[in-house]
Design a protein around this ligand. Structure first.
Ligand SMILES: C[S@@+](CC[C@H](N)C(=O)[O-])C[C@H]1O[C@@H](n2cnc3c(N)ncnc32)[C@H](O)[C@@H]1O
Length: 304
C-alpha cells in the first residue's frame, strides 16, 4: 500500500510533500517547479552543454551522427517527486529533441515518486510517460532515454555505481544538513566528486559552510548560485574553474568559522544523531572562530 504523503501547494502552483520523518517540506514554499528549474537546472549549465554538443554534431558529417551522439549523463541524488529530473529533461530536449540522456536516480522511499506522478503532467511529452515508467518499473530503456531509479540509502546505492561512471551534472538535493547529515558528509561528497566528468558540476540548494568545506576538500572549485525563493544562494562545484563570480569576502570568512566544520561519516553508515554529535564535539574544540563573531562583524558592516 502507498504511504500517504501530504501534498502542499507551493506559490508557483506546483505541489510538494511534507516529510513527517524529517519534519521538512521537500521544496521551498516559493515553488517546487521553480526551484527545480532555477535552483538546479539553469545554473548547472545543461542548456549550454546540449547546445555545444548539438553544434559539434552539426559539424560532424558522419551519416551515423544521431546514433553516435554523446549522451548527457545526470545523477539525481534524492530523486523525490522527480522535479529536478523532469526540469532537466525539459531543458535538454528543448535545445535538442534528439539528445540522448542517461540518468541515475537515487531515492530512499519508492512511494514518493509513485505518489507524485500526477504532478509531473505539466511537463511536455514524453517526460510524464517516461517518469511514470521510471517510478513504477524503476528502469527505462529507449533510444532517447536510459534511466534507472535505485531505491535505498544513497550511501549504499553509491557503492553499486560503476567506478567509471562520470556525470555531467549531479543534483544534490537531500533534506537540510542538520536533518539529513548523512548525505552531506565529507566522505559521501568526496565519493560523489569522483563520479564527475572533468567539466561536470555538482549543484545544490545549500550554501552551508559545512557543505562547502566538504566540496572544497573533495578538490572542487565552488561558487554561489543565485538565490531563488530563499534568502540564501545555492552552491555549484566542479573539478574545473567555474564561470560564476568568486565567493564574497563574507562568504570566504564564513568558511573560516566553526560552521565550516564538516559532517563526518567515516564508514558511510552512521545514524544522523551520531553524525550530528560527532560534529558538535569537533566544533567545541575547534580553533576556528565562533560563527556568532562572524555574524556580528558582518551584520555591523551591512548596517553601516
Ligand atoms: C528534498 S527531497 C528531494 C526533492 C526532489 N529532488 C524533487 O525534485 O522532488 C529529499 C529526498 O531525499 C530522500 N532521502 C532521504 N534520505 C535519503 C537517503 N539516505 N538516501 C536516498 N534518498 C534519501 C527523501 O525520501 C526525499 O525524497
Amino acid at each position: 500500500m502507498l504511504k500517504s504523503w501530504q501534498p502542499q501547494t507551493t506559490a508557483d502552483g506546483s505541489v510538494t510533500f511534507f516529510s513527517p520523518e524529517f519534519q521538512e517540506t521537500f521544496h521551498s514554499s516559493s515553488g517546487a517547479k521553480e526551484e527545480a528549474l532555477h535552483k538546479f537546472v539553469l545554473p548547472s549549465g545543461l542548456e549550454a552543454l546540449v547546445q555545444e554538443r548539438k553544434e559539434e554534431g552539426r559539424s560532424d558529417r558522419s551519416p551515423l551522427k544521431n546514433s553516435h551522439k554523446i549522451p548527457i549523463k545526470i545523477l539525481d541524488v534524492c530523486y523525490g517527486l522527480g522535479y529536478n529530473t523532469a526540469a532537466a529533461l525539459e531543458t535538454v530536449w528543448k535545445v535538442d529533441p534528439l539528445c540522448p540522456v542517461e540518468l541515475w536516480a537515487w531515492e530512499l522511499e519508492p512511494t514518493v515518486p509513485q505518489a507524485a506522478l500526477g504532478f509531473l503532467r505539466s511537463y511536455p511529452d514524453p517526460i510524464p510517460e517516461i517518469l511514470t515508467t521510471l517510478a513504477t518499473e524503476l528502469k527505462v530503456n529507449t533510444p532517447q532515454f536510459q534511466g534507472k531509479l535505485e531505491i535505498g540509502d544513497a550511501r549504499k546505492t553509491m557503492q553499486r555505481l560503476a567506478p567509471d561512471c562520470r556525470a555531467d551534472v549531479i543534483f544534490l538535493d537531500p533534506f537540510s544538513p542538520p536533518k539529513c547529515p548523512q548525505l552531506w558528509s565529507i566522505e559521501f561528497i568526496a565519493l560523489l566528486a569522483q563520479h564527475l566528468q572533468p567539466q561536470g558540476k555538482i549543484i545544490t540548494y545549500s550554501c552551508a559552510a559545512a557543505v562547502r568545506t566538504a566540496l572544497l576538500q573533495a578538490g572542487l572549485y565552488i561558487a554561489s548560485t543565485p538565490s531563488v525563493g530563499r534568502k540564501n544562494p545555492g552552491t555549484i562545484a566542479s573539478p574545473s574553474p567555474l564561470e560564476f563570480p568568486s565567493l564574497t569576502p563574507a562568504e570566504l570568512e564564513y568558511l573560516q568559522t566553526r560552521a565550516a566544520v564538516p559532517y563526518r561519516d567515516p564508514h558511510l553508515q552512521d545514524e544522523a544523531t551520531t553524525i550530528r554529535q560527532r560534529r558538535t564535539q569537533e566544533q567545541t574544540i575547534s580553533p576556528l572562530e565562533p560563527t556568532s563573531k562572524w555574524k556580528k562583524r558582518w551584520s555591523s558592516i551591512r548596517a553601516t
